[in-house]
Ligand binder design. Sequence first.
Ligand SMILES: Nc1ncnc2c1ncn2[C@@H]1O[C@H](COP(=O)(O)OP(=O)(O)OP(=O)(O)O)[C@@H](O)[C@H]1O
Length: 256
Amino acid sequence: MSSMIEVKHVEKSFGHLKVINDCSFDIEKGSITGMIGPNGAGKSTIFNIIAGTIPLDSGQILLDGEDVSSLTANQLFNQGLLRTFQIAHEFSQMTALENLMMVPPNQLGENIFNTWLKPKQVMAQELEVRQKAQEVIQYIGLDHVKNELAGNLSGGQKKLLELGRTMMTDAKVVLLDEVAAGVNRTLLKDLTDNILRMNRELGITFLVIEHDMDMIAKLCDPVIVLAQGSVMVEGAIEDIRNNQKVVEAYFGNDAA
Ligand SMILES: Nc1ncnc2c1ncn2[C@@H]1O[C@H](COP(=O)(O)OP(=O)(O)OP(=O)(O)O)[C@@H](O)[C@H]1O
């Protein structure tokens, strides 16, 4: 197995507060790697650094062997690394299907000159995108609500739609930040099944930050425990659960 993402000696401070401290770990290609840790451990910060939304102070991030430490989120998107985002306000007034159709970058039709100069190509591409969106909406099990406004979908359905949006791209790695929050148990199972299926069938690598331990246990191997800005332990969830250092990091020394 080779690495999809390598985090090497990354450091990040906010003012005088050192939040990420000589942090190094690898995410294997084809894995669903979980990241857990107590509040304030630096999970969101390292996640945002990998996603290109926060610059690192020092260290290096490699994507598929290439140094991407200074790339922006947009540039990383074009290299196949993306994170799910909540459906923005303006998209909530579009249908679920239209939300999927908005995703592919560089659609020819977006450029007015292309619409005049290359109308056939624009139409062919729109048809292709529509077909792909239809396939994706079926894949994620939202066909029955494809014409509903995204704003009217339930919390869990919105999460599924966000996952679907990543399938409209040629994603190699998807970063998921607390997808389970506010999702009911039935849709949580759909969400978990879809992530497992996308991983198995499409070969997408996932990095998952999650407070829901059930979801972590169902999805992730390995699991990385972050504490005070660096990796405390890494391994299978059963080993992590029984690790005394981890229990102490979460609950303090009283937990012993
Ligand atoms: N933009 C910022 N400016 C200043 N301090 C920040 C900033 N972002 C995060 N921090 C601080 O960095 C530390 C780590 O925060 P971070 O959100 O990465 O932790 P976390 O592990 O994701 O926590 P949680 O599980 O509570 O979401 C915290 O002490 C937080 O207050």
